[in-house]
Design a protein around this ligand. Structure first.
Ligand SMILES: *[C@@H]1O[C@H](CO)[C@@H](O)[C@H](O)[C@H]1NC(C)=O
Ligand SMILES: *[C@@H]1O[C@H](CO)[C@@H](O)[C@H](O)[C@H]1NC(C)=O
Ligand SMILES: *[C@@H]1O[C@H](CO)[C@@H](O)[C@H](O)[C@H]1NC(C)=O
Ligand SMILES: *[C@@H]1O[C@H](CO)[C@@H](O)[C@H](O)[C@H]1NC(C)=O
Ligand SMILES: *[C@@H]1O[C@H](CO)[C@@H](O)[C@H](O)[C@H]1NC(C)=O
Ligand SMILES: *[C@@H]1O[C@H](CO)[C@@H](O)[C@H](O)[C@H]1NC(C)=O
Ligand SMILES: *[C@@H]1O[C@H](CO)[C@@H](O)[C@H](O)[C@H]1NC(C)=O
Ligand SMILES: *[C@@H]1O[C@H](CO)[C@@H](O)[C@H](O)[C@H]1NC(C)=O
Length: 430
């Protein structure tokens, strides 16, 4: 109870919850910015990030359901503290109907590191847990899996990363955090997460060395194998930005068919899927990361079909499945020889019916309600669409019908000639 501690507890706190309407108004996500000031009104703990949680809970009829808990627009940060050499810093936020999340951060000689992440979700929140069997707060404690960060260095991760503990997946992206900020100024020196480094795989989550979990209420474990989807996947809206401008638009429902001993169908849930990637003049890549450890990359390229006509087309699709717990790659498939979904540059490509992309002999991607524009997006809107209705099997129908008609006509002509000959022969006998 020394003077340092009372100085810390008199920290000034300042919260600026920012409302960001998702990626270009498609799916709604909120960013939180927390800027904690010390007694001299200097920033000592700074964090700006986005997160969401996938929570599996037991419903009234005994089924297990997975729901998404998002940050709400109003977030408080009661209890956040600067910390010092002896006391851990604490980043704590409260949101929605009685949910809270916090992380305590310790300082060593040269580094700082998250210690434990505590998530408390309240199953009384009927908007998120409409039919939860057990009502009330549930607390889950997870050891922070990230590596230590040098002091006077800001941790930055634009790509998403996530980790799982018990029946929860915590997903983070657009993260900027610095604890034990020196001289009130967030550092210019950045420590990037592995997913942001160009050489590494896009979004493999950090290895979880020792996840320890503790629930205040004992929920029965979630079912281990997800039931096979029988329905079509939900259609998701995804987009990429370059600066403030939307440069890539995609609307698509995705289903994977992965054969490991037997085929397994996996629907991609748009609500838990984060889009990133890169726009360009001649290639563009959309990477989708479903919190359920699925990464899909679509790469489009531009080709000249004549001196003056340019088209874009789908060139490559990558699928990587990761182990939920330790992030190790279960299966990885890549096909860079596609030449599909082509449309004139400046327009969009649309195909509502189901299509199959064969990535390798074990992995297929089924697409539904596809509408995509990887280049030259203007004003956040799709340009005129070229539809797939004239492609593949639908072009066969007129050919088959035409061929059948030709055969029919030939038969009629032959029958007519034979008939004529017969009747002619008949007249001759007269
Ligand atoms: C802290 O600084 C902010 C602006 O930097 C100022 O508005 C505020 O009044 C200051 N508070 C105190 C207690 O000095
Ligand atoms: C946070 O603190 C404010 C004011 O100190 C209080 O009105 C609010 O109820 C607190 N919120 C929570 C979740 O404790
Ligand atoms: C961080 O918080 C957890 C959970 O409240 C606690 O067990 C742990 O001792 C804390 N760590 C430090 C260094 O205060
Ligand atoms: C903070 O200020 C002190 C003295 O003004 C200086 O020695 C130190 O290098 C500064 N640290 C940073 C990280 O700017
Ligand atoms: C996706 O976008 C379309 C229009 O582009 C809109 O009609 C639809 O409601 C959106 N879906 C979601 C889930 O936001
Ligand atoms: C899934 O893939 C396997 C092997 O490629 C195939 O036999 C099966 O018909 C596919 N199932 C669906 C629903 O596409
Ligand atoms: C797909 O995977 C290959 C090899 O694993 C890699 O070289 C390529 O960059 C990946 N493409 C995307 C779009 O992720
Ligand atoms: C991850 O876990 C799986 C199954 O639990 C195991 O087979 C695999 O070796 C683990 N990988 C790593 C890198 O720890």
């Amino acid at each position: 109870m020394g003077p340092r501690r009372s100085a810390a507890s008199s920290c000034h706190r300042l919260l600026l919850p920012l409302l960001l309407l998702g990626v270009s108004g498609f799916f709604q996500s909120y960013a939180v910015e927390v800027d904690i000031k010390d007694a001299s009104n200097a920033t000592c703990l700074y964090a700006d990030w986005m997160m969401r949680f996938l929570i599996t809970y037991e419903s009234n009829n005994g089924d297990y359901k997975t729901t998404t808990l998002n940050l709400s627009s109003s977030v408080t940060h009661n209890g956040s503290v600067c910390g010092n050499d002896t006391q851990a810093a604490l980043l704590a936020v409260q949101f929605g109907e009685g949910h809270s999340w916090s992380m305590n951060i310790t300082k060593n000689n040269e580094t700082y590191q998250g210690d434990f992440i505590t998530l408390t979700y309240n199953t009384n929140d009927t908007a998120v847990f409409p039919d939860a069997k057990r009502k009330g707060p549930v607390t889950v404690l997870v050891k922070d899996p990230l590596h230590p960060v040098q002091l006077n260095t800001v941790f930055v991760c634009h790509n998403s990363y996530f980790f799982e503990a018990e029946n929860i997946t915590q997903i983070f992206w657009n993260v900027t955090v610095q604890a034990f900020v020196q001289n009130g100024t967030v550092s210019k020196k950045e420590s990037r997460c592995p997913a942001d480094r160009p050489t590494s795989a896009p979004t493999i989550p950090p290895t979880i060395a020792n996840v320890t979990t503790a629930s205040t209420t004992t929920l029965s474990p979630a079912p281990t194998s997800a039931p096979k989807p029988v329905e079509n996947p939900d259609t998701g809206n995804y987009s990429l930005k370059s600066g403030n401008k939307t440069c890539f638009l995609a609307t698509v429902g995705l289903q994977l068919n992965v054969t490991q001993n037997k085929p397994l169908l996996i629907n991609i849930n748009p609500k838990t899927t984060v889009a990133d990637g890169a726009c360009g003049n001649t290639t563009a890549t959309l990477k989708l990361n479903d919190g359920n450890s699925t990464l899909i990359g679509f790469t489009f390229a531009v080709k000249n079909t004549s001196a003056s006509v340019q088209k874009f087309y789908l060139r490559e699709v990558n699928v990587t499945l990761l182990n939920h717990l330790n992030g190790s790659v279960i299966s990885s498939a890549d096909n860079s020889n596609f030449s599909k979904w082509d449309a004139f540059l400046g327009s969009s490509y649309m195909c509502r019916k189901e299509q199959t992309l064969q990535i390798n002999e074990d992995v297929q991607v089924h697409t539904f309600n596809l509408w995509i524009q990887p280049f030259l997006v203007e004003a956040n809107k799709f340009a005129t669409a070229q539809e797939c209705s004239l492609d593949d099997d639908s072009i066969l129908i007129p050919i088959v019908v035409g061929a059948a008609l030709a055969v029919l006509i030939a038969i009629i002509v032959v029958a007519y000639i034979i008939g004529r000959r017969k009747s002619y022969a008949g007249y001759q006998t007269l």
